[in-house]
Design a protein around this ligand. Structure first.
Ligand code: 6PG
Length: 246
């Protein structure tokens, strides 16, 4: 297990700022291309908007950045639920990103086909031999109240997929199909950073990071970069129950 750090943030704005500072540092340290697997959901929006702001935009050489998605809803790219649309609106519209550096998951096509196509795109980009794993420079993750991350939902097949790079999954609770990179891909990253904000996440944060917790029962608790770093950016209202054990 790599080293793990927990960074408590006053609020969502400070979380976005600290995560943006980490992004800038890692992008500057990357030799050649800087590969990022983006998180979906609502929490990362503030980070993406901040990276596209005048304060941060010029601090990243976007021509060296390659953006992938950690997961996607199986919808069209202009659908309100689309993680691609969220990133396009919050980040891509504000930065000079070469189109070939944007590696979108095709949420609009048959999920199994989309998963296979995306896995091939990852293998091509990282020039992977069969059975090899990509090493993303940075994987950004959110956290669901049920302990899911990316679209690795508990009780589904996705967290158990240990061979494919990308898998599709039907999430009954959401009545929705999703695409997601798999646990082995996330755990092969050089840096994994969770972005967790809001009182609604306090219980799951405690279940994952609190004393006497049993994190492995949750997909998010199985994130252990084999040869990388793990950072938890957590707002105080989400981390209130673990402060005493830090
Ligand atoms: C998604 C995300 C998902 C998300 C969590 C937390 O596509 O929704 O990948 O894993 O990160 O559900 O979502 P919030 O940030 O909206 O709480």
């Amino acid at each position: 297990m790599a080293d793990r750090e927990i960074i408590l943030c006053r609020d969502a704005n400070e979380l976005a700022q600290k995560a943006a500072d980490q992004f800038v540092v890692l992008a500057g340290q990357a030799r050649g291309r800087f590969s990022v697997a983006l998180s979906g959901g609502s929490t990362p929006k503030a980070l993406y908007s901040l990276l596209a702001s005048p304060d941060y935009r010029a601090r990243v050489d976007w021509a060296r950045v390659h953006l992938f998605w950690g997961d996607e809803r199986c919808v069209a790219p202009d659908h309100p639920e689309s993680n691609y649309r969220m990133v396009r609106e919050a980040l891509l519209s504000g930065i000079p990103m070469p189109p070939e550096n944007i590696h979108r998951m095709a949420g609009e096509i048959a999920p199994e086909n989309a998963a296979a196509i995306y896995a091939a795109e990852i293998a091509r980009f990282f020039q992977l031999d069969a059975d090899a794993l990509p090493r993303f420079d940075l994987a950004l993750l959110g956290l669901g109240e049920d302990g899911h991350t990316a679209s690795l939902f508990p009780g589904t097949s996705a967290p158990n997929e240990k061979h494919k790079l990308v898998t599709s999954v039907y999430v009954e609770r959401l009545n929705a199909h999703r695409l997601t990179i798999t646990l082995p891909v996330i755990n092969a990253a050089a840096q994994v950073s969770f972005l967790v904000a809001g009182e609604s996440k306090a219980a799951i944060v405690n279940a994952l990071l609190g004393q006497d917790s049993n994190p492995a029962q949750y997909p998010a608790g199985q994130i252990r970069p084999a040869n990388g770093k793990l950072t938890w950016f957590i707002t105080q209202d989400a981390g209130g129950r673990i402060v005493t054990s830090l």
